[in-house]
Ligand binder design. Structure first.
Ligand code: SAM
Length: 350
């Protein structure tokens, strides 16, 4: 653990561990007390087990405190996230939280809510705290060590599935070999293994922590594909895998593409919590991975094969002048819903 992490850990521990009062007789006074709306709900019992008058009595009061606390901490979607975190603490979904606003809350639930809110107040991503992120309609388990799947990345899946239909229509047959470069949570590899039943999908990542999430998701969401050997998650370098497993029918990649110099512009949730190796281009070069894939495409794609690479919002403009130099490959760029040039598609004609 580095110095910076030790400092973070110590602060986190101080806030969560109850202070011991009177030789341990009265445990339960946390630093966080609900004397202001900008504090997360405190325990309902204080020293000696006495009821604390200012603890929330019901879900409605807990929600109001949670929202005030997150607003004070500068969380952008404080209202929505307060709902999600309070619902999670109460073991409800958001709809049922609203149906049960008058439901009394018990001390264990208040403690649970407080812990979740303290974490969020430290700007830990809500999806890490909730432990889930939906991707292409499926719930992916997520936490420290893997990038939270983003909606933009769903465009890669949509385009891959369109292309799979075109292949069948053009008599090329189904997609049979797929590589997911830098699989992270395994969101792309697992989704594609489920959507392309004739394909063998390999997801590769150099981070052991990310790979654990990927394997967990693959096993939970696509157990049959795993058992049939159609979905494999491997530790390694993605460019080495691209070369050694060629030829591929489909390659998908959402490589790290943020410029290190833009680190200060990132939200604390991203900058301080998501893995650096998932965010920043290697050696300060945000284009390094996309360029390597562009250069390798003629050698690694099977006839009729396709590479889909997610791009940062300003990358296409830098890469476009290089397209004509890549022989035997048709390159085009697709926009996302926000109008950003987001997906680089490299196709090898059949
Ligand atoms: C931006 S994340 C994408 C994760 C996932 N595919 C997604 O879209 O949510 C990039 C991933 O690439 C991995 N990575 C970075 N460099 C790599 C390399 N040289 N070889 C393999 N994986 C790498 C990181 O560990 C990270 O999990």
């Amino acid at each position: 653990m580095c110095r910076h992490e030790r400092g973070w850990f110590a602060a986190w521990w101080r806030d969560l561990v109850p202070a011991r009062v009177d030789g341990g007789l009265a445990i339960g006074y946390h630093r966080w007390v609900a004397d202001h709306a900008d504090k997360p709900p405190a325990s309902t019992t204080g020293a000696g087990g006495a009821a604390k008058p200012d603890a929330p009595k019901d879900a409605r009061a807990m929600l109001a405190m949670a929202r005030g606390f997150l607003e004070k901490k500068g969380v952008e979607s404080a209202r929505l996230e307060a709902e999600l975190l309070v619902a999670h603490a109460l073991g409800l979904d958001r709809l049922h939280l609203f149906l049960e606003l008058d439901r009394p809350v018990v001390p264990a639930e208040i403690d649970r809510a407080r812990d979740l809110l303290v974490r969020r107040g430290r700007r830990e991503p809500a999806h890490y705290i909730l432990g889930l992120r939906e991707f292409h309609g499926r719930p992916f388990a997520i936490g420290r060590g893997a990038l939270v799947p983003r909606p933009e990345t769903e465009h890669l899946v949509d385009r891959a599935l369109e292309r799979a239909k075109e292949r069948v229509r053009d008599g090329l047959g189904p997609v049979s070999k797929v590589l997911d470069m830098g699989t992270g949570s395994g969101c792309l590899a697992t989704t594609l293994a489920l959507a392309l039943p004739a394909a063998r999908v390999v997801g590769v990542d150099s981070s052991p922590a990310a790979l654990e999430w990927a394997r967990r998701n693959a096993r939970a969401l696509a157990p049959e594909a795993c058992d049939a050997g159609r979905l494999a998650l491997e530790l390694g370098d993605m460019h080495a895998a691209l070369a050694s497993g060629a030829p591929w029918d489909l390659v998908v990649a959402n490589p790290p593409y943020i410029d290190e110099r833009d680190r200060h512009t990132l939200a604390p949730e991203v900058r301080d919590w998501e893995p650096a190796e998932a965010l920043f281009g290697p050696s300060g070069d945000p284009d390094r991975h996309a360029l390597a894939i562009l250069e390798a495409a003629p050698r690694v794609l099977a006839p009729g094969g396709q590479c889909l690479v997610e791009l940062g919002h300003d990358q296409a403009a830098r890469l476009r002048p290089l397209f004509p130099r890549v022989e035997g490959i048709v390159a085009r760029v697709h926009k996302d819903l926000a109008g950003h040039e987001r997906v680089l598609e490299l196709s090898r004609p059949d």
